[in-house]
Design a protein around this ligand. Structure first.
Ligand code: FBP
Length: 552
């Protein structure tokens, strides 16, 4: 395969490990028993073998760690996120550091590979091809949900055949939830297979008091910020378009918020605020239209609006509609499937409660249809398919026309639309993600060496240099609570939404009125891999503000 000059140079990058992991002789400092994030009794009953485990922090020791060779399996689960290959290379180097005869097997195309017995051995030759590269193409990824006993047992057959004693699942909140369920099951039946999770998702919503960030968020937001900055400069040069930019992030608005902090656009909608203020779609439209009017009064008929992908689900009326739709479509799946496509809209209206039927009927046909289409395997509406950027810009256009009629707006309005998501998910990892991911993989290997199961690999102190990062493991049950999914209460990892009293949002809220009216655009430029640390090694602003909470 031909390589670009950057690929060649980047292959030589040596990710920095936390000091404690260098040399791979670590010992465990166990903490107190832990509790789940919510619904303690219910979670404890569902996870009798893996509930309440202590947090693990690694400490340096000169004692040799047990050095028997171990066979390990690895799965990439869900959406791509920059740095996945480095998790795998860190895991590979970690198990080889434990014993050079250890072996790593990758299950192909996500969790389905385990169930269908599709795998490949990852040798050093293969691993070396993928160090510091973006993408998940080394083994592929998929969204099959591992949840049934049959799947677990089928998986165990191949794990036994390959003598695999530990499985590492690299995924988001749903995949790590399934990792915890699998860990519990294998422990309960005495399968002798450990399960370790790794926090992945560009969405940034797998984080909490013990997991500071998910990998991939840093790189993806840097890629989007580069392009948003470029659009802002174009916008400021031509001075004739309003750019509506939708940003990935299925549920939480962390990506939009980080890009707003990086780029200082004129408007950025934060879904969590829309929900907290109980705003209607019309009010969101009004807010944007007001910014257009204000800027037009200053002769500025241009601007940039950032829209989080998940917005539609956070508008309270739409949220309540989606919740009822999820239950309805789960309960009457067969009946709905038999309805002719042209009659489906009416069928849904007839089966919903009055308030939700009215909301559904009021939505533009395209959006309403998207809400009733197939869910992903975890039961989520596929929001990346909903063109919110076009919906909002059209509605803003209509509102401006009304204001013009009333003599309250005299400007010109032309809109351009963008959706940034897939563009950033497979970028070569930033130095931060390259180091973080390699360290997470290496830490997973050390957790395996300690013999634990049901843990998530963790690195903390992330705004410091990697040598000072704290490595260890967090029991996955500690992050769980009970939530309604597919119409049933299920144990799940609690998703981290943007906190409206958190430092990143407060910083944004303090500045946004100025950004709205004036041109305060910043231009972050492309990710830099070589050069001064203050350009190349910066973590995301979200992390920086969160960890200096009191300063803001
Ligand atoms: P994960 O939660 O699996 O990391 O994926 C996140 C995401 O990139 C969302 O931002 C987006 O809504 C979704 O995946 C898109 O899914 P798909 O890759 O299946 O199109």
């Amino acid at each position: 395969m031909e390589k670009s000059p950057l690929q060649k140079a980047r292959a030589a990058y040596k990710p920095q490990l936390p000091n404690v992991l260098v040399g791979a002789t670590v010992k465990v400092a166990d903490g107190e028993p832990t509790q789940s994030a919510g619904d303690q009794e219910a979670i404890k009953n569902l996870f009798p073998n893996t509930y309440g485990l202590p947090e693990i922090v690694f400490e340096k020791t000169t004692e040799a760690v047990p050095s028997k060779p171990i066979n390990v399996g690895v799965i990439l689960s869900g959406g791509q996120a920059p740095g996945g290959h480095n998790v795998i290379s860190g895991l590979f180097d970690g198990i080889k550091a434990i014993n050079k005869d250890s072996r790593l097997y990758g299950f192909l195309m996500g969790p389905g590979g385990l169930v269908d017995h599709k795998y490949m051995e990852l040798t050093s030759k293969i691993i070396d091809e993928y160090r510091n590269t973006g993408g998940f193409d080394i083994i592929g990824s998929g969204r099959t949900k591992l949840e049934t006993k049959e799947q677990f047992d089928k998986g165990l057959e191949i794990l036994r055949e390959l003598d695999i004693k530990a499985l590492v699942i690299i995924g988001g909140d749903d995949s790590n939830t399934n990792a915890a369920i699998l860990a519990e099951y294998y422990k309960a039946i005495g399968a002798g297979v450990q399960v370790i999770g790794v926090p992945k998702t560009i969405d940034g919503d797998l984080k909490n008091s013990v997991i500071e960030t998910s990998f991939g968020f840093d790189t993806a937001t840097k890629v989007y910020s580069e392009v948003i900055g470029n659009i802002q400069r174009d916008c400021n040069s031509a001075k004739k378009y309003w750019h509506f930019i939708k940003l990935m992030g299925r549920s939480a608005s962390h990506i939009a918020l980080e890009c707003a902090l990086q780029c200082q656009p004129n408007v950025c909608i934060i879904s969590e605020e829309v929900e907290a203020k109980n705003m209607t779609l019309g009010q969101v439209v009004d807010e944007i239209a007001q910014a257009v009017v204000k800027r037009a009064e200053n002769g500025k008929n241009y601007g940039v609006v950032l829209i989080p992908e998940g917005l539609i689900e956070f508008i309270p009326a739409v949220k309540s509609l989606i919740a009822e739709l999820n239950d309805l479509l789960a309960a009457k799946a067969a009946e709905f499937a038999a309805v002719a496509p042209e009659d489906q809209r009416q069928w849904i209206i007839d089966h919903l409660s009055e308030a939700n039927a009215a909301t559904y009927a009021s939505l533009p046909a395209g959006v309403a249809r998207q809400l009733s289409l197939d869910r992903d395997p975890h039961g989520n509406v596929q929001v990346s398919l909903i063109e919110t950027e076009k919906l909002l810009s059209e509605m803003v256009g209509k509102r401006l026309a009304e204001l013009k009629e009333e003599g309250k707006y005299k400007g010109k309005y032309a809109a351009m639309h963008h959706f940034f998501g897939y563009e950033g998910r497979c970028a070569d990892p930033s130095n931060f993600d390259a180091n973080y991911c390699y360290g997470l993989g290496f830490t997973a290997a050390m957790l395996i060496a300690c013999g634990v199961t049901g843990y998530m690999s963790s690195l903390r102190n992330l705004t410091f240099a990697p040598v000072n990062w704290v490595a260890g493991g967090i029991p996955i049950t500690m992050m769980m609570n009970m939530e309604r999914r597919h119409g049933e209460m299920k144990p799940v990892i609690r998703k981290a939404l943007v906190e409206l009293d958190g430092a990143p949002f407060l910083k944004f809220a303090k500045e946004r009125e100025t950004w709205k009216v004036e041109d305060c655009y910043t231009y972050p430029g492309p990710i830099q891999y070589f050069g001064p640390a203050e350009v190349c090694d910066l973590p995301s602003l979200t992390l920086v503000y969160e960890q200096k909470r009191r300063k803001y």
